[in-house]
Ligand binder design. Structure first.
Ligand SMILES: [Zn+2]
Length: 439
């Protein structure tokens, strides 16, 4: 079994792989086929898997847009397979805002710095190290593992998970559950670490508004001005009281935090529990209601010309079960002169928290970090689990990291000076190794 030296070697390996992955600039500028180039990083991942004797496959959805998949047969092939996935792309980084080169993978102050350090080359490195260790030791996991590294997550997965699910669903045959990013990290509640396992994701609808009206001279009184109509529609939509509404994941989380912080949970006022969650509060707060943010405005071309149309974009994030009713309400609020068109949409998901997989995550975390709590939570954003859910695969966010209390972890996602503590990464590698072998 694993001796001390082995464990130190694996700690060194996960750090090395994470730093090397960061050095591949896989910035995803969004949308188009050529908006990112994951191929060199995917070739590197292929090499790491081949080095231990695995036979991974590389799938290009467009030139340079590469995905890597390998299946590791389990001891009991009758059990549903577990998909373990990461994405290789990152959001862009503006180097002049950073204290370090975002693509150098620097190690300083006990942390690995760089774009992707938490989203999600850290988890990619943990998966790779765990899998390589398992295979090198000649062990077989309990169930089939389908290990996937996707392109294009940061732009919705059109050249990554969504494409692979459409074009190569056979790769995921027999899979029941999946684990990936943005869950399993710790936050401190009243001096005790709580690990938040992601069991739900809000839905999204990227939506265009087009207000129609009457073009004309800017000196004339024009009750059909589309710019004014658009502004009124946006005001109605953003001022609409969407209201707090709980799901299983949010209720269980806030009740857990209430217990840990000695506060009473009043569903009408979750503020005491949000306060107790520290820097994670802003993430959790946005999972208690639908949210709508206008993000783009376009109208007109000259000061004294009223245009015939005006346009806006909305980023709508919906709670599980409210996706369609929310969009109906947006259409009503927009009014008869404003067209509403949803261009990109993914419905929300909620996975059960009372499963053997969540129980295994919980008991491993409690063994590796005695005294901790483990609670479910809903992610306000989305992950590639949404694509896999099209195949009936139930997804969770579990990239375990034991974090220092003073680190504003949630603020590092897509943030400046993104970084991950080495201790957190090596802790996560240990937990993940055991989960992948034993579950
Ligand atoms: Zn991510």
């Amino acid at each position: 079994m694993t001796g001390n030296t082995d464990s130190l070697d694996l700690d060194a390996e996960v750090v090395r792989i994470c730093r090397e992955l960061i050095r591949f600039d896989t910035s995803n500028f969004g949308g188009a086929a050529d908006s990112a180039n994951e191929r060199p990083a995917a070739d590197y991942v292929m090499g790491l898997l081949q080095e231990v004797g695995l036979e991974p496959e590389l799938f290009e959805s467009a030139p340079g847009r590469a995905n890597v998949v390998v299946r590791i047969p389990g001891q009991d092939r009758g059990l549903p397979a577990l998909v373990v996935h990461g994405h290789l792309d990152v959001v862009p980084a503006l180097a002049e805002d950073w204290s370090v080169d975002p693509f150098a993978g620097e190690l300083r102050e006990g942390m690995i710095w760089g774009r992707g350090a938490v989203d999600m080359k850290d988890m990619d490195a943990m998966i790779l190290t765990a899998i390589r260790d398992l295979v090198r030791r000649g062990e077989r996991p309990r169930r089939d593992l389908i290990v996937a590294f996707f392109a294009d997550e940061e732009a919705g997965g059109r050249y990554g998970a969504q494409w692979l699910v459409s074009e190569h669903p056979e790769l995921f045959a027999g899979a029941g559950e999946a684990i990936s990013e943005v869950g399993g990290f710790s936050t401190e509640v009243d001096g005790t670490r709580a690990y938040l396992v992601q069991t739900a994701e809000k839905g999204m609808a990227w939506t265009g508004l087009t207000a129609h009206g009457k073009a004309g001279h800017g000196s004339q009184i024009n009750p059909e001005n589309p710019v004014a109509r658009l502004a009124q529609a946006i005001t109605r939509i953003t001022e609409h009281p969407w209201g707090i509404s709980y799901r299983e994941s949010t209720t269980e989380l806030l009740q857990g935090v209430a217990g840990m912080s000695g506060t009473a949970f009043d569903p009408q006022d979750p503020q005491p529990q949000l306060d107790a969650l520290g820097s994670a509060a802003k993430w959790i707060g946005s999972t208690l209601s639908t949210s709508i943010n206008p993000t783009v405005l376009k109208a007109g071309y000259k000061d004294n010309v009223i245009p015939s149309t005006a346009q806006a974009r909305l980023d709508i994030r919906t709670l599980p079960g409210e996706h369609h009713s929310t969009l109906d309400t947006v259409r009503e609020l927009a009014g008869q002169d404003v067209d509403v068109e949803v261009d990109v949409e993914f419905e929300a998901m909620e996975s059960p928290a009372d499963t053997a997989l969540v129980a295994a995550m919980t008991s491993l975390l409690k063994e590796e970090d005695p005294g901790c709590e483990v609670l479910p939570y809903m992610l306000a954003g989305g992950t590639d689990n949404k694509a896999l859910s099209r195949l009936g695969i139930v997804g969770y966010g579990f990239a375990p990291l034991r974090l220092p209390a003073d680190l504003d972890f949630t603020g590092l996602f897509h943030g400046v000076d993104e970084r991950v503590p080495v201790d957190a990464l090596t802790f996560g590698r240990r937990v993940l190794s055991r989960l992948l072998a034993e579950y």
